[in-house]
Design a protein around this ligand. Structure first.
Ligand SMILES: NC(=O)c1ccc[n+]([C@@H]2O[C@H](COP(=O)([O-])OP(=O)(O)OC[C@H]3O[C@@H](n4cnc5c(N)ncnc54)[C@H](O)[C@@H]3O)[C@@H](O)[C@H]2O)c1
Length: 381
């Protein structure tokens, strides 16, 4: 039974507000932890909609100004699920007030902001995490385990795709509720910060740091009506991005992302090829990890499809019986459980922390720079 309370203030009640609220509600039902999050206050700007949200998910109170939320003495930990342009100011305020931080990805609008955020939370000495939740998909965690066990040997290649198709219509506006991702002033970038940031975080967690990149981007629809101003405005996000990457360990790699891949909804895949084996994962088939093990005799060579639902698999002993599955929402429950566990005495700090988020931010910045200069760009600070 949990013996300690952790008071949470959550900012944003959209897609991530729901995913995080669900995690706060459920985490102690599935995981045996010392800490129990208390859903003290939810924050957004529209009080009526926010109150309905708070009532539905069980938040004790509401705030319409995030500064007031951060200032409240009864809040220990601030959870940031608002758009990218808000992350910097909120994290800096949290560091100043000594509050723990759970921040959505991408960490910041750019690496310059990101570095200041990392320095501030490290100086404040507060626990911090970025919600790169795909690390906590059990099949991806299993891929990490197999790589760390040396089962695929020296890694030669990493190949990542992150494809969607929801922005193809030129009639789709940009900016404002639900569409801030198309507005560079709020999102920072397009698919690079939104989708490839996930692919980059996963890749660096699995096989190590990225040294340099060479990228190309495209904006297919040049102008869109802006929801807030009502006028046509230039679109400055990257609708599509493809880049080559060289890893610190010598692996050669490709990453591609677009929101113009008709038929692809959240097609997040990777393949890793090593001297002794290969791995393949596709988020649209999230319980499967494909594994080619070269140590088998050649007459039984072949890709095996591991159904990642056994008690021995990462996180799966916390849920149902072997052969039964969990959902997208549980990746956030798993993240939160790891964060809460890390607060217990003797436990290592949780990863990915803001410093890890900044490593990904540096790669995103280098990708966007390379797309402009046409040159290879370093990902190092
Ligand atoms: N980890 C993931 O897989 C994942 C998935 C989706 C989004 N995200 C990230 O989560 C963040 C939010 O994305 P989303 O899809 O939930 O967006 P959303 O548009 O669904 O929700 C954003 C919320 O923030 C609120 N908000 C905006 N400005 C605010 C302000 N100044 N003060 C308080 N509240 C404010 C909005 O009212 C809304 O409730 C982004 O940084 C995004 O990149 C991460």
């Amino acid at each position: 039974m949990p013996s300690k309370k952790l008071n949470i203030g959550m900012i944003g009640y959209g897609f991530m507000g729901r995913a995080h609220s669900n995690a706060f509600r459920k985490v102690n039902n599935f995981f045996d932890l010392e800490y129990q999050p208390v859903m003290k206050a939810a924050c957004a700007r529209n009080p009526e909609k926010l109150q309905a949200f708070a009532d539905n998910w069980g938040w004790e109170s509401i705030e319409t100004d995030w500064r007031k939320l951060v200032d409240r003495d009864d809040i220990d930990c601030v959870d940031i699920g608002s758009p990218n342009d808000t992350h910097y100011d909120i994290v800096m305020a949290c560091a100043e007030r000594g509050k723990m931080v759970l921040c959505e990805k991408p960490l910041a609008m750019n690496a310059e902001q990101g570095e200041k955020m990392v320095v501030a939370v490290e100086k404040a000495g507060v626990a911090n995490m970025v919600w790169y939740n795909y690390r906590r998909v059990p099949a991806i965690s299993l891929a990490k385990q197999l790589i760390d066990e040396g089962r695929i040997g020296r890694v030669f290649h990493y190949r990542a795709l992150y494809l969607q198709d929801w922005t193809i219509s030129p009639e789709l506006p940009q900016g404002g509720a639900g569409l801030w991702r198309l507005d560079a002033a709020v999102a920072g970038s397009g698919v690079t910060g939104d989708l490839l940031a996930h692919s980059i975080d996963t890749a660096m967690w699995l096989i190590g740091g990225i040294d340099k990149v060479s990228a190309t981007t495209e904006t297919f629809i040049k102008e869109r009506q802006h929801q807030l101003s009502g006028t046509k405005q230039e679109v400055t996000i990257d609708d599509a991005c493809a880049f080559l990457a060289r890893f610190d360990n010598g692996a050669v790699s490709t990453f591609e992302s677009t929101r113009y891949a008709r038929g692809r909804k959240n097609f997040n895949t990777f393949e890793v090829n090593g001297a002794d084996g290969s791995l393949y994962f596709n988020l649209e088939d999230p319980h499967r990890l494909q594994f080619f093990d070269n140590k088998h005799e050649s007459h039984i060579h072949g890709w095996q499809s591991i159904h990642v639902t056994d008690f021995e698999h990462p996180y799966m002993d916390k849920y149902w019986v072997p052969g039964t599955t969990i959902g997208y929402e549980h990746t956030f429950v798993n993240c939160l459980a790891d964060f809460l566990k890390s607060l217990e005495a003797g436990q290592a700090p949780v990863r990915p922390n803001l410093r890890d988020g900044q490593e990904t931010q540096l790669v995103c910045d280098a990708v966007l720079k390379s797309a402009k200069t046409g040159s290879w760009e370093s990902c190092k600070a």
